[in-house]
Design a protein around this ligand. Structure first.
Ligand code: NCD
Length: 308
């Protein structure tokens, strides 16, 4: 499958073969980075990194990936500093920026916004998170992490815990892992349940899905627990956030009650969903997971720019 010129907007669009190819290229990128070699695959290319929502990992790992490939980032890191603050539409911004660069990475608050940008421009667009929609590069780095932590993607039981309604990472992960015969346990307060459309889609792909509000029940069967932050910025009613924050806190005791060798993942940032005492456990993979983001994003950039 040739990725040249392709947009990366949603994990729904990716086949098993696509995913395996991306993971293979990511492993090659990791080797280069570990050998301290800069592969100037994208020398002379410019990549716009437009972040109209807060970010640490996604933006910095994209910028690191860009630099590691010998390309240069052109960055908007603060929405207040861009013309979005003057009322410019997303697509007008995008149509302007496409004239400056070879690829656009964009994070913005509107669900479906990245697709609108991709429809408006000719350069490849990578979705760095569209509101409570999708976060495909996160899910791909999650898969890369799973292979490294567990040796394989096949047949895993994954408990996704926390804010499954607004959490775009778990939407993307649900689709990304789907070709690898998983079982899902969705654990959330009822108000923050996985969107019906996602649950329906994954069930239609033959994946068993169990829904629960009880983290102990979720952990009992899980090979991987994927914790998420309650997405405060998405709540219309602050009182509802206050009621639901702190719903689940994964501590050492809970991990020890789970299956031996449980892998603990989190896209980060964490607020209080994982107690710090968990960090030292061998299965606590979340910082390794964050580091993997660079390799994965290097692979995607090189692939969509036809240089992998
Ligand atoms: C996630 C996001 O932005 O959706 N963060 C990230 O990119 N690693 C998760 C979150 O903000 O809770």
């Amino acid at each position: 499958m040739n990725f040249t010129g392709r947009d990366i907007l949603s994990t729904e669009d990716l086949s098993r073969e696509d995913i395996l190819q991306i993971l293979k290229v990511s492993a090659r990128m990791e080797k280069l980075v570990r050998a301290k070699r800069i592969a100037p695959l994208l020398a002379d290319r410019l990549v716009a990194v437009i972040f109209l929502e807060p970010s640490t990992r996604t933006r910095l790992s994209f910028e690191t990936a860009i630099q590691r490939l010998g390309a240069r980032p052109v960055t908007v890191a603060d929405p207040k500093s861009s013309s979005a603050a003057k009322g410019e539409s997303l697509t007008d911004t995008a149509r302007t920026v496409e004239g400056y660069v070879d690829c656009i990475v964009i994070r913005q608050p509107e669900t479906g916004g990245a697709r609108r940008v991709a429809d408006a421009v000719a350069v490849p667009v990578i979705n760095g998170g569209d509101g409570s929609g999708q976060h495909p590069t996160q899910a791909l780095l999650d898969l890369y992490t799973i292979v490294k932590e567990r040796g394989s993607l096949e047949g895993l039981t994954v408990a996704m815990v926390g804010d499954l309604k607004y959490g775009r990472t778990v939407h993307s992960l649900s689709y990304a892992l789907a070709p690898f015969s998983p079982k899902y346990v969705y654990c959330s307060p009822t108000e923050l349940a996985m969107p019906e459309a996602v649950t329906r889609d994954v069930r239609a792909r033959g994946i068993p899905v169990e829904e629960t509000t009880d983290i102990r029940a979720a952990l009992a069967r899980a090979d991987i627990v994927y914790m998420t932050r309650i997405q405060r910025e998405r709540f219309e009613d602050p009182a509802q956030y206050e009621r639901l924050k702190g719903s689940y806190i994964l501590n050492r005791k809970l991990v020890e009650q789970g299956k031996a060798g449980l892998t603990v993942m989190h896209p980060l940032p964490r607020v209080d969903e994982i107690a710090e005492e968990v960090d030292a456990l061998p299965g606590a993979a979340y910082f390794r997971q964050a580091h993997n983001g660079v390799f994965l994003r290097m692979a995607l950039l090189a692939m969509v720019l036809g240089k992998a």
